[in-house]
Design a protein around this ligand. Sequence first.
Ligand code: NAD
Length: 377
Amino acid sequence: MARDLNIGMVGYGFMGRCHSNAFRTAPNFFDLPRRPVLKAACGRDAAKTQAFADRWGYETTETDWRKLVERPDIDLVDICVPNDLHAEIAITAAKAGKAVITEKPLARTAAEGEAMVAAVEKAGVPNLVCYNYRRMPAVTLVKQVVDSGKLGRIYHYRAKFLQDWTISPDVPQGGAGTWRLDVEAAGSGVTGDLLAHCLDTALWINGSVDSLTAMTETFVKERVHAATGKAQPVGIDDAAAVLTRFANGSLGTFESTRYARGHKALYTLEINGEHGSLAWDLHDMNRLAWFDHRTEGAFRGWTSILVTDGEHPYLGKWWVPGLIIGFEHSFVHTMADFIAAMDSDTPAGPTFRDALETTRVCDAIIASGRSGAWQTL
Ligand SMILES: NC(=O)c1ccc[n+]([C@@H]2O[C@H](COP(=O)([O-])OP(=O)(O)OC[C@H]3O[C@@H](n4cnc5c(N)ncnc54)[C@H](O)[C@@H]3O)[C@@H](O)[C@H]2O)c1
């Protein structure tokens, strides 16, 4: 019988739901050494937290995350709250000897992130940052193809993440749902929120970034703050366009915005190598486009691979070939991999230390956006 893994969930919003669903679903499809138990849900509003706990099957509730973290019956603290709380909760949880998962980005700044890395490494507790896109099967397949050398030398890595939900100047900053527009809560705008996903995938697949230059822009300069009711300067970046040089000699281009009318969550990536190219689009997430220059000329062209076969990453655990999976499955894969590896010497990534590199790149983007100068990492 697998030992219980008692989970304390902080936050019951979008990610609190995604992670709860993942912990409930993972053991039904994956063989895990520990059985996730939804032990306690934590939120500031007692009635809402109880309603969340009832819906998802949490045994108990807390309204103060410090109480949750202190509880001897909690093994894993899962941080699904705005970015300004990640560091304090993670460091306190690590000191209490708990395993820690935090939502991305690791932290608002690399300085905060360094303290988090030091805390989990000193305590020796399993840790992970939930960059879930790595575990979309088609994206994991990209990693496998690149690692296999099939693309040969990599020349270009390009990615973008586009949305359009903050174009109206009437969208406030701060508060529920709009904390992402408040630099205090979020740390940065699209860079830490959206581009961080693209960067995590890129660093994982294509290695580290040596240097970069960025343009950032804040299109709406003032917004009413939910806390004060007053118009205040906006401190986040609304859009970012970035050029990078990777350590492997390839060039990267990254773009992110919340001002691309018509796009809700358009995450795309493309890699061009010596022998071929790969392209992926979140809106068609079960497909991977593949071009192999070594194919006989008359038959050479882009191939659309439906990534649903048993030999594709994770898919052998799901349905039958041809049947697709969705966004939520990437979280199931993340939790399954984390639990499978948490008592081993090879942790599931990205660990806090891995994710610190992404936060360092984010910091460099913000710095370059301000100064206009190239940043060396
Ligand atoms: N991996 C992804 O695809 C993805 C997607 C969305 C958000 N995120 C990340 O997840 C985190 C949460 O984002 P979200 O979209 O779930 O936000 P959300 O606004 O939907 O939910 C935030 C939750 O935090 C709670 N909260 C705020 N302060 C709290 C406190 N002091 N104590 C306890 N609870 C508190 C809120 O009540 C709410 O339940 C962020 O770090 C965000 O960047 C990741």
